[in-house]
Design a protein around this ligand. Structure first.
Ligand SMILES: O=C(O)c1ccccc1NCC(=O)[C@H](O)[C@H](O)COP(=O)(O)O
Length: 216
């Protein structure tokens, strides 16, 4: 099975097309106003329509209300709700039940002890997305371009459906996949020239490098 690739934080039709053309399996649309990748419901609807039938669409949410989730789901018809805030297992399960979408829960990893949090979500969510724990006081809960020690995942039950994320780049994704034994990878900063500006060549290079790394 080839490595599944998600390109996150797409905000313009041209770079979304670049991700689709590169063969991304999923595209991520961020709804978080503090993010340089934030898109309005209208822009998200435009981008999701371009992706439909060509890649799955993940909606990035941070402790969003039912009203906001409902507005965004109606606008984008996403395949995945990725929860990147402090959503509890109960909230994750509730959103999955209400909106009938796959739910991925982001778990910040800084040390081995952080893995325990993932155990709470394997039933409540469809996948756990391991991302680097942001520094204290960071503006963003994700999209920081920070990597964690991939060895932390080396002993994870390979049957667990997880996504490897955090500080990945075209240059390091191969090693990351092999060390973490990841089947799915996710990137945002590593395919940008400046925060929020995706680079088509780096997107293509990332997809190529990820595909070349698997299957292991
Ligand atoms: O990307 C953002 O700006 C963002 C903002 C708020 C919550 C989540 C966000 N991104 C979530 C993602 O899935 C990113 O791809 C993931 O955190 C990895 O980011 P990076 O380390 O920049 O590749």
């Amino acid at each position: 099975m080839s490595i599944e690739v998600k390109i996150c934080g797409l905000s313009e039709p041209a770079t979304l097309e670049a991700a689709l053309g590169a063969g991304a399996d999923l595209v991520g649309l961020v709804s978080f106003p503090k993010s340089p990748r934030h898109v309005s419901p209208e822009k998200a609807a435009e981008l999701a329509a371009l992706a439909r039938g060509r890649a799955r669409v993940a909606l990035l949410l941070v402790d969003a209300s039912d009203d906001l989730v409902g507005e965004l789901v109606s606008a984008t018809l996403p395949d995945v709700l990725q929860l990147h805030g402090d959503e509890s297992p109960e909230r994750a399960a509730e959103l999955r039940r209400i909106f009938g979408r796959e739910v991925w829960k982001a778990i910040p990893l800084g040390a081995e002890a952080d893995l325990a949090a993932a155990e709470l979500y394997w039933d409540a969510a469809d996948r756990v997305l391991f991302d680097a724990r942001p520094p204290q006081g960071a503006e963003l809960p994700g999209g920081n371009g920070l990597a964690f020690d991939w060895e932390l995942l080396a002993n994870l039950d390979p049957a667990r459906p997880f996504v490897l994320s955090g500080g990945l780049t075209p240059e390091n994704v191969g090693e990351a996949v092999r060390v973490a034994r990841a089947k799915t990878v996710d990137v945002s900063s590593g395919v940008e020239t400046v925060p929020g500006v995706k680079d088509p060549e780096r997107i293509a290079a990332f997809v190529r490098a990820a595909r070349a790394a698997g299957p292991f």
